[in-house]
Design a protein around this ligand. Structure first.
Ligand code: GTP
Ligand code: MG
Length: 205
């Protein structure tokens, strides 16, 4: 298993083609505003303020690049994570929303360095048509991706089971296959290991 030993913020970029070039693994976190993308990056990296979070949706507005130092039993290496603005943040003007949506989708579609996408959604809600459209886009775009259902700590175990089943059932009827699903929540360390394991299997592909 990989261990993240350090993580640093590199910079924020306004478009996919202004991000620096590299030849390492890069993954990103997408999803609607406020689902917990920035919080997840901080938890994975054991830092409270690496990626900026907020109770107010719409905190992340640019493509934020982080360098992640990790070690295995044999080596020390690094890869990159990108924190993305939330999709469909209602309080922005239509024009601003359009700019941000284009920034995110251009990044997903055109960033050659991007090797894996984590699609985050709130474990308390079933996927809606807009979620399904994004998932269909990811499938059509041929990028490898997985789903992370966040805020599972807000559900009782039986409710979480039910939510997961309902989520999968809806995907089954609307998508050609069910992607890998991991749930996370505060104080659920094994789930974070499952995410690192997804990253680890793809680091050197
Ligand atoms: N209980 C609980 N709260 C969470 C979890 N993940 C995130 N939150 C809270 O949800 C709020 C939003 O978290 P962010 O990480 O800022 O969400 P985001 O997806 O980055 O939001 P944008 O940058 O606006 O797109 C914060 O108040 C977090 O503390 C979780 O797993 N459990
Ligand atoms: Mg954020």
């Amino acid at each position: 298993m990989i261990h993240i030993i350090n993580a640093s913020y590199i910079s924020s970029f306004p478009s996919y083609d202004t991000l620096p070039s590299h030849n390492l693994f890069e993954c990103c976190f997408i999803g609607k505003s406020n689902v917990g993308k920035s919080t997840l990056i901080n938890t994975l990296c054991h830092q409270k303020k690496l990626a900026k979070t907020s109770q107010e949706p719409g905190k992340t507005q640019l493509l934020n690049l982080f360098k992640i130092d990790f070690k295995t039993t044999k080596t020390k290496e690094f890869f990159y994570m990108v924190d993305l603005p939330g999709l469909g943040y209602a309080k922005l003007s239509k024009k601003q929303r359009g700019v941000m949506t284009k920034m995110v989708f251009d990044y997903l579609e055109k960033r050659n360095h991007l090797k894996y996408i984590f699609y985050l959604a709130d474990a308390r809600h079933v996927p809606l048509e807009d979620d399904l459209n994004i998932l269909r886009f990811l499938i059509e775009n041929n990028t490898e991706f997985g789903i992370i259902l966040t805020k599972a700590d807000k559900l009782k175990p039986a409710q979480l089971d039910l939510s997961l089943t309902q989520y999968k059932n809806i995907l089954k009827t609307h998508l050609p296959y069910i992607p890998k699903i991991i749930y996370t929540g505060l104080k659920m360390p094994s789930q974070y290991l499952a995410i690192l394991s997804e990253i680890e299997t793809r680091l050197h592909e």
